[in-house]
Ligand binder design. Structure first.
Ligand code: PGA
Ligand code: ZN
Length: 429
């Protein structure tokens, strides 16, 4: 039996992500002949605490080639993992960490390691004749649950040539009762946002890295106003059925004197930024704020957690999908939700460990794609199979985004009338 699940061969090559930059593709073949492939994503607003993404340097692709990572899959990872039972994800991932031997996967690259980790899970599921989401939920003994989507409508920061200082203005359709209804609502909000923006004289037809609208507004707050109007124009009562989520991505705004809002020509102290965010949360239907402070500004984070108890406060760069950083936060009472990005960690077991720890401490979990994605949809299966509760993959345009939404739509369809959509719960005050 083990033999048929034993890893028989690995193959890898360089492919392109949605920004046209190289990334790693890997295929795992098992003893039974079952095979599966996965390619890995890449961020633009990457945090310092993420595991290392190995790039070649040199002239090719402005130094962004991944031929070394590809060679590492074939020359170093394959000899170490051939023969292992692909169903034993923890053993496989631990073997790769050992083979690398550095804390941040600097030698083999988190991109190389994750590609094997994901392809092995997909191959195991294929060998059992089950889709990945069902394979994972059965391993956990849980019912598959469709995550509530958090969907990008307006983009700024590193994803939209800094059209706005804040990186993402998203919506959460929390009153939707099915996933297909949730997607229908947010697609309507995106359409309305285009119309509202154009009625105000903005050009709003070009899509940013995650498919959101990159509109040059005068103030960051204008995006909140525009989005609130778009929710209304789409036939919803802002805050009652559809609310706003913001990713400040504040690590990108860090300045020697605090945080710089370049668009507005202002530099705020941490206290000033908190006042601003608190005012936004009072004036607009904001239910979730991500990376309100920089990745090492534990004091700013602590103050925000005291001041905004009813808001979902999500750590992305703060946690970098690292369980030690999450543990520190849960002990200090910092944040109440964690963004889980498998490539920040480098292995599926590591990402799941963070998700489980968060859940055990009552923190919400949001499985997240990166701004550089591929047409793969395994993230959708992880979100359902692991029961993450929420998912964030960008907007409702661009195929690398719709690949994930479409996968969730198909999963909901396949689950039939019993499909459950996770509820968005505001943090208890
Ligand atoms: P990134 O952005 O993939 O460029 O890091 C996503 C996010 O910050 O949530
Ligand atoms: Zn983020």
């Amino acid at each position: 039996m083990t033999g048929s699940f034993a890893i028989a061969s690995l193959d890898a090559c360089e492919v392109l992500d949605s920004r046209g930059r190289p990334t790693v593709w890997c295929e795992v073949v098992l003893g039974s002949g079952a095979r599966a492939a996965a390619s890995v994503p890449s961020g633009a607003s990457t945090g310092r605490h993420e595991r290392h993404e190995l790039r070649d340097g040199g002239d090719r692709y402005d130094g962004r080639g991944v031929r070394r990572a590809v060679r590492n899959v074939v020359d170093e990872i394959a000899p170490a993992v051939l023969g292992l039972d692909a169903r034993d994800q923890e053993q496989l991932d631990a073997t790769m960490l050992d083979t690398d031997g550095t804390p941040a996967l600097e030698r083999l690259g988190a991109n190389a390691v994750l590609s094997v980790s994901v392809a092995a899970a997909l191959a195991s599921a294929a060998a059992t004749g089950t889709p990945l989401y069902r394979y994972l939920s059965e391993l956990r003994g849980e019912r598959p649950v469709i995550p509530m989507p958090m969907v990008n409508i307006l983009s700024g920061g590193a994803h939209a040539a800094r059209a706005l200082d804040l990186q993402d203005f998203l919506v959460v359709p929390h009153a939707a009762t099915t996933f297909s209804q949730a997607i229908e609502w947010v697609a309507a909000v995106r359409e309305s946002a285009v119309l509202v923006a154009e009625s105000r004289g903005h050009h709003a037809r070009l899509a940013a890295d995650e498919g959101g609208l990159g509109i040059a507004l005068d103030r960051n707050e204008d995006a909140l106003e525009l989005l609130t109007d778009a929710i209304e124009r789409a036939g919803h009562e802002p805050g009652a059925t559809v609310s706003i989520a913001v990713d400040v991505a504040a690590t990108q705004l860090v300045h020697p004197e605090g945080y710089e809002l370049r668009l507005e020509g202002r530099t705020l102290s941490a206290a000033g930024l908190l006042d601003e965010i608190a005012r936004w949360c009072e004036s607009y239907p904001v239910c979730s704020v991500e990376d309100a402070f920089g990745e090492d500004d534990w004091d700013g984070w602590r103050r925000a957690s005291v001041r905004l108890p009813g808001v979902q406060l999500v750590g992305d760069d703060l946690f970098a999908t690292d369980v030690a950083r999450l543990r520190r936060a849960t002990e200090l009472g910092v944040a109440n939700a964690v963004l889980v990005k498998p490539n920040q960690r480098g292995t599926l077991s590591g990402a799941l460990e963070v998700l489980d720890h968060a859940r055990s401490r009552g923190y919400a979990t949001i499985l997240s794609a990166r701004s550089g994605e591929t047409e793969d949809s395994w993230l959708a299966d992880l979100a359902v199979g692991w029961g993450s509760g929420q998912v964030k993959v960008g907007s409702t345009t661009r195929s690398e985004r719709t690949a994930k939404w479409n996968r969730l739509l198909v999963i909901e369809h396949q689950l039939g009338p019993g499909a459950a959509l996770a509820r968005f719960a505001r943090p208890a005050v």
